[in-house]
Design a protein around this ligand. Structure first.
Ligand code: SF4
Length: 317
């Protein structure tokens, strides 16, 4: 049940969206109230696809900075807004352009595949971008003898390496949410709920991936809970996705996988949760903070993202 002030905020957002021809794109890790007011909710791949194909003048991105930057790179003539510029990403921050240039130089002759969870500068240094929805397929789309440099998530990189057996060197970065899942707590939950299936994002550490019944991107995990015959799931990814799982099937049970240091019992990305409905209202009203990128970096970053979208389209992803 929404309060009166929440209802007023939603009405104001609807009015501003119409007046300014704006759309709201929201990531699955946003809070449920934000997911519910968005024009489109998805994972990084779906949001990139949506950013590159819509007729709005303004995109308000309810997510983190690298996602809003990706939208700006794909829609440079649109105004792209991010309600809080502090909404960063520990994984993207683990890979700085100066260090990455050295890493590339130290590993010459490799095709550079970067995860979408990177800054525009890192994308500009890459040959192809991938998301967790298409990382395996992007690597497999390359000739078998092609040498690969993968960044920045070491867990996703190792997952892809195990799946494909390709020659890969991997940057040593992690996401603070996905590396924090407690194997012991997940096993304890499984003992308490023996019929529950453990579903895991590939950014999780190997021991957690090893106990998984299913591993997949956020959207793949959502689809799994919809199509699977089971009734109970221990979900090892950011807890925001559970909102969509409940919306799709409220009769099933979804237990958030607990992190090692748990005060709330679930794993939440503190960067994602910086975005609030109130900040969205102000951001739409004032049309700031706005994402602005150096033109040269934007154009160089565009190529590897377009390459990802082309490969994904060809493969029907
Ligand atoms: S969940 Fe992890 S990878 Fe995603 S935005 Fe938060 S810190 Fe970055």
């Amino acid at each position: 049940m929404r309060s009166q002030s929440q209802e007023l905020n939603i009405l104001e957002i609807e009015r501003l969206k119409k007046e300014k021809n704006a759309i709201i794109l929201a990531h699955y890790y946003q809070t449920g109230d934000i997911q519910d007011i968005a024009d489109f909710v998805g994972d990084s791949l779906a949001l990139s696809q949506k950013a590159s194909s819509n007729s709005a003048d303004i995109i308000l991105f309810a997510g983190v900075k690298f996602m809003a930057e990706t939208a700006k790179i794909l829609a440079p003539d649109k105004k792209v807004l991010l309600p809080d510029m502090n909404a960063g990403c520990s994984l993207a921050d683990s890979c700085k352009a100066e260090d990455f240039k050295i890493f590339i130089k130290d590993n010459p002759g490799r095709t550079v595949i970067s995860y979408v969870n990177t800054s525009a500068e890192i994308k500009a240094l890459s040959d192809i971008i991938c998301t967790s929805s298409n990382a395996v397929e992007i690597v497999e789309s390359l000739p078998e003898d092609e040498k690969i440099l993968f960044a920045p998530d070491r867990n996703l990189g190792n997952y892809v390496l195990n799946k494909t057996g390709r020659d890969m060197v991997i940057w040593n970065g992690t996401c603070h949410v996905h590396e924090e899942f407690s194997l012991e707590a997940i096993i304890r939950l499984k003992k308490e709920n023996p019929k529950a299936k453990i579903i895991v994002h590939p950014e999780c550490e190997m021991p957690v991936r090893m106990v998984a019944d299913f591993i997949g991107s956020t959207s793949a995990l959502l689809a799994f809970t919809q199509n699977d015959k089971g009734n109970c799931y221990i979900v090892a990814t950011e807890a925001g996705i559970i909102h969509q799982m409940i919306k799709a099937n409220s009769k099933k049970t979804y237990i958030p996988g607990p992190p090692v240091d748990s005060t709330c019992g679930c794993s939440e990305c503190n960067f994602m949760k910086l975005i609030t409905v109130e900040k969205i209202v102000n951001c739409l009203k004032n049309e700031e903070p706005e994402i602005k990128l150096n033109r040269d970096i934007l154009l160089r970053a565009q190529k590897p993202i377009l390459r990802m979208l082309e490969i994904s389209e060809k493969l029907g992803l």
